[in-house]
Design a protein around this ligand. Structure first.
Ligand SMILES: CC(=O)N[C@H]1[C@@H](OP(=O)(O)OP(=O)(O)OC[C@H]2O[C@@H](n3ccc(=O)[nH]c3=O)[C@H](O)[C@@H]2O)O[C@H](CO)[C@@H](O)[C@@H]1O
Length: 355
């Protein structure tokens, strides 16, 4: 009988892209692939672009860091989600489940446990997110991207694996990227990525400083959904809400990157040896995971970092220029790191755990 694998993960693209890297590998070996996500999340949009993945949605709560009446409804939505997930899993009987985190995965992991289906989790960030922390007791294994994560998960289930980076990113082509953006070869290219959702803070920073930036660079700005500035028509500046299949080409074209410090993104830059200036999401807006991700990269000599509290336009331009001047040092530090083994290892491990 055909083996079945079920993936879950969502909320932001950072919780989906790893699954997108694994799905084709299972499909090539003849596995039936299923995905449980939310009804309207980005995971649905991204997964439905793939062929032959059975997408199921379940009711889901949301982790809010502010007071809202909706918070009262969430426990009921999560309970409903567990029931939904339990039924999908009972009906399709996957041999194994892989969870990438994000709130939608909590009911799935519990639904899997109730059905006695093994679950493996992957944590992208240095400190585990709430969804993964809740899921650990129900999982067989927790793979981590950073070795330090074991200190934050009080369980002997953790295994350090490294980041899982999509194979296709390696197959990008700078010329194709240049053509897509209609840029010239005269000036180096700065790529700006504010995470998968875009970052208002980075968008403002970049747009305010365009005259200085475009003097030295051509700028490709991935600004996030509904965050285009259609009236901005500056030579050498290109903005896109979100790019999919073009991303590998744009990354290959980039000489230097300015970015938030979401884990998937920064490991993608590392695997392509791209010098990066990271402006992590502040503690005021998150649990501070991006600050730790960024500091870890800075310590290893892969990135320069400016925390939001210290961010001024002068400092930004100064550090960016400095990074660009000394880019060879960063490239050399990154070249010493092996980044390709995790995808294959996690693929093998999921197969080994299949019932
Ligand atoms: C605001 C928030 O909660 N951010 C979290 C979220 O970030 P977020 O969802 O932004 O995730 P990451 O920064 O880790 O990854 C972004 C992903 O989107 C892709 N991409 C981005 C732009 C684009 O145009 N095209 C494209 O394909 C990138 O290649 C990358 O694979 O999950 C990360 C991983 O748990 C965390 O570290 C972040 O703190």
């Amino acid at each position: 009988m055909m083996k079945k694998v079920l993936f879950t993960g969502g909320g932001t693209a950072g919780h989906v892209t790893v699954n997108l890297a694994l799905i084709p590998k299972f499909q090539r070996e003849g596995w039936e692939t299923h995905y449980i996500g939310s009804r309207q999340g980005i995971e649905r949009e991204l997964v439905e672009k793939l062929d032959d993945v059975h997408y199921h949605w379940v009711s889901t709560g949301k982790l809010r860091r502010y007071l809202s009446l909706e918070n009262l409804k969430d426990p009921f939505k999560v309970l409903k989600g567990i029931w939904d997930a339990y039924r999908v899993i009972r009906r399709h009987k996957p041999n194994v489940i892989f969870s990438k985190g994000g709130f939608v995965t909590v009911p799935v992991v519990i639904g899997a446990w109730l059905n006695r289906v093994p679950v493996l989790i992957h944590e992208s960030d240095l400190t585990p997110g709430l969804a993964n922390r809740l899921a650990v007791p129900f999982a067989s294994k927790v793979f981590t991207t950073f070795p330090e994560t074991a200190n934050y998960v009080k369980s002997n289930k953790t295994q350090y694996l490294g980041a899982i980076v999509r194979d296709e990113l390696k197959r990008g082509d700078a010329d194709r990227g240049r053509q897509f953006c209609q840029l010239t070869g005269d000036k180096p290219v700065l790529l700006v990525m504010g995470g998968s959702l875009g970052s208002q803070k980075l968008n403002e920073l970049i747009r305010h400083n365009l005259p200085a930036l475009t003097e030295r660079f051509q700028v490709i700005h991935l600004c996030g959904k509904n965050q285009l500035a259609p009236d901005l028509d500056v030579e050498g500046y290109r903005q896109y809400e979100y790019v999919n299949e073009e991303l590998p080409d744009l990354l290959h074209l980039a000489d230097v990157i300015v970015s938030r410090a979401g884990s998937n993104a920064i490991f993608e830059f590392l695997s392509l040896r791209k010098p990066m200036l990271l402006i992590p999401l502040s503690r005021a807006a998150s649990r501070g995971d991006q600050i730790l991700n960024a500091k870890s990269f800075q310590k290893q000599g892969f990135a320069d970092v400016i925390e939001e509290e210290e961010l001024t336009e002068e400092r930004f331009l100064g550090q960016l220029n400095q990074l660009f001047e000394s880019k060879e040092i960063y490239i050399e530090n990154m070249s010493k790191i092996e980044t390709d083994q995790a995808l294959e290892q996690v693929f093998q491990s999921i197969k080994e755990h299949a019932k």
